[in-house]
Each structure stands twice: as structure tokens, then as C-alpha cells.
Write a protein that binds this ligand. Structure first.
Ligand code: PLP
Length: 402
């Protein structure tokens, strides 16, 4: 080993730290702890039997493709399946608008790699997805946080920030949004708000990065159009993933965007992993071809809808006075706001040791260091019974602290 590893480290890695959430995921290995911390799908949704069959079929008939290197853009069969699916939903995309990535976290990384130089600005929500913030940070971006209301990021504050940058002769590299069932807060951006933010992006000539892993997991209300579709000019780059509607272990996602943007992402991806695994892509493509994905999504929605309703009822029954949360219409999360004197980060260890219940302290999601009295709860992973017991424990714990 070299004498001083620290001295050898790049500026980029020095500015990065281990993900608090990834670290917390280790906790769920202890069966006594009820964890609302991770963003994990329920393992009961994994299509094990169907996959065994499809994997055998792929090995019998097309191992020469599935076990080979693939193109950086992704498996054409899978891209075609995605194009057909979007078109069925009324979104105008063709093959040149779609590339496959090693899940959407890689999409976040590659877009950052493509656009961010150290010291560049990006606009994000307060709060926003920690993995997105980490990806931007790893390229030296400076996040500008925009407070959110129940419709999404406040467009007046966003415009004021854009104007401030303009006065400095700068503009952000992109506006990062999670419009559908936001992680961590759970809210959905209204169509009007989507249009307002798109109008700002046009006025100030900035790209929008629309990250939408939960879009298909709606349990109530009506579906909003994607910002990609509402924009229609290629100024929005849309990220999708199979992680929450199929299996996160496959690590497959996609980017929808203008061909000029995708071309640059492909160049970046070639230096990262050459291509997304051909094996998993072909299996998902055949899974979709058999019409199994739509059925799976229906099944997941039905299961999570019960969990979402159950969670909302449990919070009503167990949370102490002074705590509030928004009612998510879909997705996997909601965020609880506790009275201002509570520091959920400082209390987490005690919650785990005293009550054996885990959550994510909200401050991890606030790029301005705020949100100290908030916490994020996942309702998809644990069983209904464990959700009941876990929220009882959490309610008891918070009551004592308040
Ligand atoms: C908003 C958001 N974006 C991206 C991801 C990454 O998903 P994956 O890399 O599994 O596709 C997640 C995962 O929880 C997420 O919540």
C-alpha cells in the first residue's frame, strides 16, 4: 500500500462521502429492526417464476446476444419495447430518443459528467433525492435549493435565483426535478407548475432533468403528463428505470432526450462501462414482449396502494401532535415534519437502539442543511404487519422526545 492514500486522492473523491442511506441499509440485516429507511421495493413483487422461464429461453435461443458485449446505446429490442410503450401512452418518441443505462443512477451520473464543471450551478428542490445530489456533488456542482410547496418547487423563488445568476453572468447547468411522487417528500408537481418551470427553462435557456422512477406507481388521482412531453422541444431530459416496477437488482434504466444530448451521454458512457449488461437487457425486453410488465405494474400498484393507505392511517393514529406529512398519491415515500425543536438526525441512533425502528433523517435531502426536524418514511418494503408495529414504535419514540 502507498504511504499516503489521502494525498493521492482526487479533488472529486475528497468532496464525496458515503451515502447515509446506503449505510443505513446495512441495518435491515438485523431482523429485529423495522426499517422505513431504504427506498426498497417489496421482494414479494419480484417475478421469480417468470424470470426463471425467460432466462432459460434466452439461454436456449439467444445466448450469443445476451452474453456478448452490446452497443452503448442499449439493446435495440429493449429500446423498441420502450418506444412502443411510450407511444401507447401518447408520448412522441422514437428510437433515436432512447438510450439504456445501468439504472437511472447512472443516468444522473452521466448527465453530470456531460454538463458539470467544478463550480457550476444546478437547481434542485428543497428537499431532493440524495443520490442525485451526490452525483452532482461528485463533479463539483454547487446546488441551489428551491423551497417546495404542495405543488412542487416555487417558481417565483426559482426565477429570482435564475435572475441572480444572470446578473453574475452565469446560468445553471440544469434544473433537477422529480415531478411524480417526489423522493423524499412524496408530493406530485401539478401540471400548471410543470408548465411554469418549463417556461422558466425556456426564458433562461436551461435544460431540465426530469427524474421519474415512480411515475407508474400511482394509487389515486389522475396521471400528469411528463415534463418531457409538455415541453416537446427536447429541452427536457427524462430518466426512467425498471428498479421500482420490476427489480432493482437488474440495474436497468433509460434516458429519453434530444438525440444531440443522448449522443454526448453515449460518449461519456463509453468511458464508464462500455455498455449496460446485454444479459439483463435482453431478459427485460423478452419480459416486456410477453406483456408481463403491464401486469406486474398493476400488481405492484394494488399491493402498494394498500400499504400507502395503511401508512396514512397509522400516522394519523400514532404520530404526536405537531407532526405533519403530505398525502402522497403514489410512489414509495412520505416525509414527516416534526416540531422544530426535534433534530431527527441526532435522534436516529436512539430510535434504533431504544425502539428498533429506523428512518432517514430528512436533512440528508436538503442541500442547504435545513430539514433537521423532518424524516423520510418508506412504506413499500416492510410487510403490513411490520408497518403497523414500526409506526407504533416511531410514534411512541417521538412522543417521548417531544
Ligand atoms: C428520484 C430517484 N432517482 C433515481 C433513483 C435511482 O434508481 P435506480 O438507479 O435504481 O434506477 C432513485 C432510487 O431510489 C430515486 O428515488
Amino acid at each position: 500500500m502507498i504511504s499516503d492514500l489521502n494525498q493521492a486522492l482526487s479533488t472529486n473523491i475528497k468532496g464525496m462521502k458515503r451515502s447515509a442511506i446506503r449505510e443505513l441499509l446495512k441495518l435491515i440485516e438485523n431482523p429485529n429492526i423495522i426499517s422505513f429507511a431504504g427506498g426498497l421495493p417489496s421482494p414479494d413483487t419480484f417475478p421469480v417464476t417468470e424470470l426463471k422461464e425467460i432466462i432459460n429461453e434466452v439461454m436456449d435461443k439467444e445466448a450469443h446476444i445476451a452474453l456478448q458485449y452490446g452497443s452503448t446505446e442499449g439493446d435495440n429490442l429493449l429500446r423498441t419495447m420502450l418506444v412502443n410503450r411510450y407511444r401507447k401512452q401518447g408520448v412522441d418518441v422514437s428510437l433515436e430518443n432512447v438510450i439504456i443505462t445501468t439504472a437511472s443512477q447512472q443516468g444522473l451520473d452521466l448527465i453530470s459528467k456531460m454538463l458539470i464543471d467544478r463550480g457550476d450551478y444546478v437547481i434542485v428542490g428543497l428537499p431532493s433525492y440524495l443520490g442525485g445530489l451526490s452525483a452532482f456533488n461528485s463533479y463539483g456542482a454547487i446546488p441551489i435549493g428551491i423551497p417546495m410547496d404542495e405543488e412542487g418547487e416555487d417558481p417565483n423563488i426559482m426565477e429570482a435565483e435564475l435572475q441572480k445568476l444572470q446578473a453574475m453572468g452565469k446560468k445553471p447547468k440544469f434544473i433537477y426535478v422529480i415531478p411524480d411522487f417526489q423522493n423524499p417528500a412524496g408530493m406530485t408537481m401539478s401540471e400548471n407548475r410543470r408548465k411554469q418551470i418549463i417556461a422558466l427553462a425556456h426564458k433562461y435557456d436551461v435544460l431540465i432533468l426530469e427524474d421519474s422512477p415512480y411515475r407508474e406507481l400511482r394509487y389515486e388521482g389522475t396521471q400528469c403528463k411528463t415534463m418531457y412531453e409538455l415541453d416537446g422541444t427536447g429541452q427536457v431530459v427524462l430518466l426512467g428505470t425498471f428498479s421500482k416496477i420490476f427489480c432493482p437488482g437488474y440495474r436497468i434504466g433509460w434516458v429519453i432526450g434530444h438525440p444531440d444530448v443522448l449522443d454526448k451521454i453515449v460518449v461519456g458512457k463509453q468511458a464508464t462501462d462500455l455498455c449496460t449488461p446485454a444479459f439483463t437487457q435482453r431478459i427485460v425486453a423478452r419480459y416486456m414482449e410477453k406483456g408481463l410488465l403491464d401486469k406486474k405494474i398493476e400488481q405492484i400498484r394494488a399491493m402498494y396502494q394498500v400499504k400507502q393507505q395503511n401508512m396514512l392511517k397509522l400516522l394519523e393514529d400514532n404520530m404526536p401532535q405537531g407532526c405533519s406529512w403530505i398525502h402522497p398519491e403514489g410512489g414509495l415515500f412520505l416525509m414527516v415534519t416534526c416540531p422544530p425543536q426535534l433534530d431527527t438526525g441526532a435522534l436516529l441512533k436512539e430510535a434504533i437502539t431504544e425502539e428498533q425502528v429506523a428512518y432517514v433523517a430528512g436533512t440528508s435531502f436538503f442541500c442547504d442543511g435545513g430539514g433537521k426536524n423532518t424524516l423520510r418514511l418508506n412504506f413499500s418494503y416492510e410487510s403490513l404487519e411490520k408497518n403497523v408495529e414500526g409506526i407504533r414504535r416511531l410514534g411512541r419514540f417521538l412522543k417521548k422526545r417531544i
